[in-house]
Write a protein that binds this ligand. Structure first.
Ligand SMILES: Cc1ncc(COP(=O)(O)O)c(C=O)c1O
Length: 484
């Protein structure tokens, strides 16, 4: 029996259609510019239709979308799954909106993606931030520790939920089982940003998925790890600790009223593929990743740290298909290595920081690509480490700390504000966030008092020429503060 009812309905609609007088305006492929059609082919445009008599309505699903989401819930072990066409961004926002209203507390790890901050601004919830360890040996952020969440939950019994990011961008997973226990003992839901972990549910050699470890809700970017198109994500619910009706209503606020059927179909087919072949495909990917790591480590210049080296930093498990390549012994920064790999070898990697680069492997990667990268890295030779000082723009959470919150993010964002010269911001209350990108984790939230350490850190990010999301003035010559 087909488990792709939406795709089937779209093909049937195309077969039957004899006249189309509705949105979108391009009328299947006919109104698409020729260059685009020549490049993409015609069929993709034939499924870019809308809520026709055969294709249901994402915002009130009753037929094929409801059925398709039902199969998805079954595949992930959820009670209910929602198709998201605005990425995990709208999933995170909706989890926060559904869990905590204006003035209510929610426990948020300091390594949360900026979409969580948007959820706080929309909902008016008051974040209680939980620190996340910094892995000094390689210079990246670890995972939220269960003890940290336990202390925060005991100190804030009125909080409406615990939010966690697991895995993080680097594939490092928290002990979600213990976090769920803490949350449930305190009557709170555990909400998980699992943007990078949708594949875990389909292969035994990967970490366990959040829903199987006790999470009450999880949002996943299928476009990051599976064969779904950019922006295609899922939100799953697994318990009554989070109100499905509130999630439904939050999603209607945070998603387009014209959801793309191409994206929804890509979600359906990506889930179908994971169910049918996920185990075998991801086992192959893990083998490829393990070979790459051992060859890179054997060459001696770069180092791919293993799980055992990271355990003390809250890292309970890790994704073997995320490859962190530490550059400390190579006499080159992660930023420069990323640039050189592209400029000299046309190899593009996901992310760099001052000491590492990060590779994401999926079943789409080939052995040839792996060999290209290994050969490129073998052209480098070890160089002595000259300094232990962090490089410009390096994020050191212990030094930065968590600034004092003068106003919750929503109040700060909507307060009376003014723009002042950058040099005068220390001690003032931020009205806008600052998040070096990637990975887009705010070091400063609206409403926080800007410390000397944050100011100096942001200056070093600026000096290193890194992208900064949040400030309206990208040149950081001025900054918007609360006029209070
Ligand atoms: C940890 C994390 N959460 C959420 C997001 C947002 O996901 P999306 O791009 O699907 O909106 C990202 C994006 O990079 C992310 O890394």
């Amino acid at each position: 029996m087909s488990r792709t009812p939406l795709f089937d309905a779209l093909k049937e609609y195309n077969r039957r259609s004899r006249g189309y007088f509705r949105i979108p305006g391009h009328r299947f492929q006919r109104g698409i510019p020729k260059e685009f059609r020549d490049f993409a082919g015609d069929n993709i445009f034939k499924i870019d239709i809308t809520e026709t008599p055969l294709t249901d309505d994402l915002h009130n699903p009753r037929t094929v979308i409801a059925e398709s989401q039902g199969y998805t819930a079954e595949a992930f072990g959820a009670e209910r799954s929602f198709y998201l066409v605005n990425g995990t961004t709208c999933g995170n926002q909706s989890m926060i909106i559904a869990a905590a209203s204006e003035g209510e507390k929610i426990l948020v790890p300091r390594n949360a993606h900026k979409s969580v901050m948007a959820g706080l601004i929309i909902s008016g919830a008051v974040p209680v931030y939980m620190p996340v360890d910094y892995i000094r040996e390689i210079g990246i952020t670890g995972a939220l520790k269960p003890e940290t969440a336990r202390v925060a939950a005991l100190a804030n019994p009125d909080a409406r939920g615990i939010f966690a990011v697991s895995p993080n961008y680097h594939g490092l997973c928290s002990d979600l089982g213990s976090l769920a226990e803490t949350a449930h003992e305190n009557g709170m839901p555990l909400l998980v940003d699992e943007a990078h972990g949708a594949h875990y549910y389909f292969c035994d050699s990967l970490p366990d998925g959040a829903l199987s470890l006790g999470a009450d809700a999880a949002a996943q970017s299928l476009h990051k790890v599976a064969g779904a198109l950019t922006q295609s994500s899922l939100l799953h619910l697994k318990s009554e600790l989070i109100d499905a009706a509130k999630i439904d209503s939050a999603l209607r606020m945070t998603m387009s009223t014209s959801p793309s059927y191409i994206l929804m179909t890509s979600l359906e087919l990506a889930r179908d593929e994971l169910e049918k072949n996920g185990s075998q495909l991801w086992e192959q990917t893990i083998s490829l990743a393990e070979r790459m790591k051992s060859e890179i480590n054997r060459a001696g210049c770069f180092h791919c740290p293993g799980k055992d080296e990271l355990e003390t930093y809250g890292v309970h498990d890790s994704d073997p298909t995320r490859i962190i390549i530490n550059c400390d012994n190579a006499g080159i920064s992660g930023y420069d290595l990323k640039t050189r790999l592209w400029k000299m070898y046309s190899i593009d990697v996901e992310m760099a920081d001052s000491r590492n680069i990060l590779l994401l492997l999926t079943p789409g990667n080939t052995a040839v690509e792996a060999d290209n990268l290994i050969s490129a890295l073998q052209t480098f030779s070890p160089a002595p480490i000259t300094t232990e000082k962090p490089e410009a723009g390096e994020l050191i959470p212990e030094i930065l700390g968590i600034p004092q919150m003068a106003l919750p993010p929503r109040k700060a964002y909507f307060s009376k504000t003014k723009i002042i010269p950058w040099s005068e911001i220390t001690g003032k209350v931020a009205a806008e966030p600052a998040a070096p990108y990637p990975p887009g984790i705010p070091v400063l939230y609206p409403g926080e008092i800007i410390t000397k350490e944050i100011f100096e850190f942001l200056n070093s990010v600026k000096a290193a020429g890194r992208h900064m999301h949040g400030p309206g003035d990208h040149s950081l010559s001025t900054f918007r503060i609360c006029d209070i």
